[in-house]
Ligand binder design. Structure first.
Ligand code: APR
Length: 245
């Protein structure tokens, strides 16, 4: 392990862990893009994961999300998810900011989580936006909201949709005030990953990147760890904190 990494993690009071699709890859969770395979290969992302697609064919979009939700249900948090949860217990302040909708951080035990793209296990009203816990089970697909009668939809941020403002404000606040920013499994190519990484750099945070591939952030990060998060992170526990997960 590089000595600076040891020192950054040992001394930091406030750490942000930013996670993208690559973190859950080792748990077998496909990205939206990858989840267009098998039965769904004839449909585009516009058909399956945009508000316009939902208006056009709500049944198709609902059924695709049910399929994806089941796939995610059968996945398990991997060692990297568990190390992140463990860090929260051990270090003064750890905030997880994730682009993933799979809820694997929660299942690993993390509590301080900001979900930028929602969570596929939750459902909300398409018209009004509020999260709905339960609904009348009928033959209708998608089911209808018992308050307004409109369709229900998964509580995820689709393409062509904005990140919820409260999640964005909380995320940018945490990044502005962190000392160490660890980005894991994100290509860093698109908003909001680019903005958050830039904000961390502008705030003089130490930026640590874990990714098997080269990304645009490589040139700017303090430390680039080339490899899979599930293999790299468990070593930290022993080497830095002398523990085991
Ligand atoms: N450990 C760490 N990183 C990994 C691993 C791993 N085991 N496996 C893959 N990666 C890296 C890849 O090299 C890639 O750089 O994870 C990154 C995943 O990149 P993207 O698929 O672009 O994921 P993300 O950055 O989260 O995507 C941004 O685009 O497709 C949309 O909806 C999707 O919200 C997502 C957004």
């Amino acid at each position: 392990m590089p000595k600076p990494l040891h020192d950054f993690l040992k001394q930091a009071q406030r750490i942000v862990v930013f996670t993208g699709a690559g973190l859950s890859a080792e748990s077998g969770v496909p990205t939206f893009r990858d989840a267009q395979t098998s039965l769904w290969t004839w449909y585009s992302l516009e058909d399956l994961a945009t508000p316009e697609g939902f208006v056009k064919n709500p049944r198709l979009v609902w059924e695709w999300h049910v399929w994806l939700r089941k796939l995610i249900d059968s996945a398990h948090p991997n060692p990297a998810h568990r190390v992140i949860a463990w860090m929260e217990e051990l270090l003064p302040e750890v905030t997880v900011i994730t682009q993933n909708v799979d809820g694997l951080h929660q299942r690993a035990g993390s509590q301080n989580i900001i979900e930028l793209h929602g969570n596929i296990q939750r459902t909300r009203c398409f018209n009004e936006g509020y999260v709905v816990g339960d609904w009348e089970k009928t033959e209708e697909i998608p089911p209808k909201c018992s308050v307004c009668g409109g369709y229900l939809r998964p509580d995820v941020v689709w393409y062509n949709e904005a990140i919820p403002e409260d999640a964005w404000l909380a995320a940018s606040h945490s990044v502005r005030h962190c000392e160490v920013f660890i980005t894991i499994g994100s290509s860093g190519l698109v908003y909001p990953a680019t903005e958050l990484c830039n904000l961390a750099l502008a705030s003089n945070a130490k930026v640590i990147q874990i990714n098997p591939r080269v990304t645009p952030l490589d040139a700017h990060a303090s430390i680039n760890l080339r490899g899979k998060a599930g293999q790299i992170m468990p070593k930290w526990v022993l080497e830095i904190w002398g523990g085991q997960i």
